[in-house]
Design a protein around this ligand. Structure first.
Ligand SMILES: Cc1cc2nc3c(=O)[nH]c(=O)nc-3n(C[C@H](O)[C@H](O)[C@H](O)COP(=O)(O)OP(=O)(O)OC[C@H]3O[C@@H](n4cnc5c(N)ncnc54)[C@H](O)[C@@H]3O)c2cc1C
Length: 330
């Protein structure tokens, strides 16, 4: 029997959207015939969460409830997945490409001796003698899309980026809950002493008149970008490479999977100009780009192209702006 499992991420008992996005996309792609299971770990599972997973596409909810699994723990979660796979190996196992998913998936795939496609953005399935997972991911800086198939081992695993697939609910669906006990006789090497919620004010990039954006090429120069943005009364923004590296928050991402902006000035440093970025900023009134590569695609949309090292340009811009502000304050 072919089946597909989706790992449901929860944080402090709150179901995260990524699992629901994956359930919805699998249900859309697989139709009604292939069973989909939602794998849930935690210390409690509410009726509301059962319904949400069911409406999004789960036929079975495999629930392992244990105090050790209340919050994500590398050791216990890897062990819990491994335990499940000992009794039943699904054809496909999908995990969100989140901070936690990126930690969990490679450990699980190594323990199960199976392949893993990391950071996929498109999912598809092929039904032949067996169910094949076709996981597509960007390669070579987003210039190519590679579809990866790991057909010789099970489960076929992939991590998939969040916020790509739409969550869709069908309230007529039903499911069954399967409770599985957690057997673990070792202690985790990690002890959480305290957790603190970061208070972060959401940025409204779409309203900014001036945007100072940085990409991978200036990933260690964000303090300078922030100073420049402040001097101009603008906001700092980032490419996906920077957000994925956790240098900037998701609400500062510009592009296809971030915010679409149209400021008066878009000052882009160290950004190559991938189509997914350009599509979110090419309506800016004035685009100034700094890049060491004269062939960088960002120059195709730039009004002012500066072919230079941002390490030299940014301090000059900052000092010039400081001088202008000082003059104004005289
Ligand atoms: C489905 C999908 C959705 C996506 N959505 C988005 C999105 O919303 N937004 C987004 O940004 N990306 C998105 N991406 C990713 C996108 O394809 C690119 O991978 C990403 O934009 C690259 O970021 P980057 O330009 O910062 O990095 P790179 O492509 O690595 O470019 C770095 C640039 O910096 C230059 N550089 C290096 N050093 C210096 C220096 N000292 N001074 C000046 N220049 C320097 C290099 O010449 C290079 O051009 C998406 C991809 C996919 C597949």
């Amino acid at each position: 029997m072919n089946n597909v499992w989706v790992f449901m991420e929860q944080k402090q008992g709150k179901l995260q959207p990524i699992g629901l996005e994956l359930l919805s996309e699998c249900r859309r792609k697989l139709g009604k015939d292939i069973p989909i299971s939602a794998v849930y770990f935690g210390d409690v599972l509410t009726q509301k969460d059962i319904e949400t997973m069911t409406y999004c596409g789960a036929d079975v909810i495999i629930s392992t409830l244990d105090g050790k699994l209340s919050n994500y723990d590398t050791h216990y979660y890897t062990q819990a997945v491994e335990n499940l796979m000992k009794s039943e190996r699904p054809d496909v196992f999908l995990i969100g490409s989140t901070l936690e998913g990126r930690d969990l998936a490679p450990r699980v795939s190594a323990r199960l001796n199976t392949g893993l496609t990391a950071d996929a953005t498109i999912l598809d399935f092929e039904m032949g003698d067996k169910l094949l997972l076709l996981a597509t991911r960007p390669a070579l800086g987003g210039n190519l899309f590679a579809t990866i198939i790991c057909e010789n081992t099970v489960p076929q695993m992939a991590t998939i980026r969040p916020s790509i697939f739409k969550i869709e609910e069908d309230k007529s669906r039903t499911s069954q809950v399967k409770n599985v006990e957690f057997h673990c006789d070792t202690l985790s090497k990690v002890k959480v002493l305290n957790s603190e919620k970061l208070t972060h004010k959401k940025v409204e990039l779409n309203k900014a008149q001036v945007i100072v954006a940085g990409g991978r090429g200036v990933s260690n120069m964000f303090p300078a970008l922030k100073e420049i943005a402040q001097l101009l009364g603008g906001e700092v923004a980032a490419s996906r490479a920077v957000v994925d590296a956790n240098i900037e928050q998701k609400d500062r991402l510009v592009g296809q999977t971030g915010t679409t902006v149209h400021p008066k000035v878009y000052f882009a440093s160290g950004i190559s100009g991938a189509i997914q970025h350009i599509s979110g900023m090419d309506k800016s009134e004035l685009i100034i780009a700094v890049n060491t590569d004269p062939n960088a695609l960002i120059f195709d949309v730039a009004d002012v192209s500066i072919i230079a090292d941002a390490k030299q340009v940014l301090p000059l811009v900052r000092e010039e702006l400081k001088a202008i502000v000082a003059l104004k304050n005289l």
